[in-house]
Write a protein that binds this ligand. Sequence first.
Ligand SMILES: Nc1nc2c(ncn2[C@@H]2O[C@H](COP(=O)(O)OP(=O)(O)OP(=O)(O)O)[C@@H](O)[C@H]2O)c(=O)[nH]1
Ligand SMILES: [Mg+2]
Length: 285
Amino acid sequence: MSQQGVHYFPGHMQKALKNLSNFVKVVDLIVEIVDARAPLSCRNPLLSEIAPQKARVLLLSKSDMADEAVSKQWVKYFSDNGIRAVTGNLKKERFVNILSQAAAPFIFAKREKEKRIGMKKQPIRVMVIGIPNVGKSTLINNLRGRKVAQVGNKAGVTRAEQWIKLNDDFTLLDTPGILPMNYPNGAEAIRLALLGSMKEEVLPTEELSYALIGYLKENYPQSLQNRFGIADITGMDSQIVLIEIAKVRGLLEGANPSESKAAYLLIKEFKDGLLGRISLEVPNA
Ligand SMILES: Nc1nc2c(ncn2[C@@H]2O[C@H](COP(=O)(O)OP(=O)(O)OP(=O)(O)O)[C@@H](O)[C@H]2O)c(=O)[nH]1
Ligand SMILES: [Mg+2]
């Protein structure tokens, strides 16, 4: 996965970044969400470096779609680098306890201080940040126990910040996804496009599908067996793989198998997690 650089920074992200630097002043804890399938590529330096003095938890979302063994390696990798990291499925597991546990020392310190200065109990303010489509709003809904924030499997669903009161201990801030302005490393941009964190128009679907097939060939050669009946793609030309997919699914252009329709379908099935548990990067790769 190495292509030329990509420049992409929509106007609403510029505004969101400016807002963030104001909000960050009033929050106690930052939850930075990254997709477990490519956690390093998902870390936006504009966000990772914001307010380094504030307490932070790195949450690797979508564990149900990632390669379990690789996710374990990632959690260890971040812990080894002094970053508190947890992984999970935001649609299934209850995260309230994880949040309470992560925030326990801050709650304690805050309550002590309030007592000392005779102040009324204030909730811990938690800001949820990350690039688009990693599950920020899903986490908010998960914690709240019902749908209070809009979610969707595409980039840019949340457009404005929103405070949500959870209970006496927590208030949450949902924020719009923000990407770095430049991707000098095209491979990172490809990963983010495959995760649905970049708008589909930014990178052409066929280019993406070639990158994905190339990666699967080396790392998950049997991943197309279940959905498309292609037993092993090792040694297969990427174009042939697309033609096979087109044949199996009856995707035609005129009388011929359509490579572009197959590319679109393959990417969609990957994004929906239908190809199985696949991670797009491993630590120190
Ligand atoms: N399978 C799975 N899907 C998830 C998980 N977390 C979130 N999703 C899905 O991922 C998509 C994006 O979730 P959102 O919560 O809208 O993401 P966001 O980070 O708020 O995105 P923006 O508002 O666009 O920045 C939705 O289709 C969610 O249902 C998870 O842990 N597992
Ligand atoms: Mg959102």
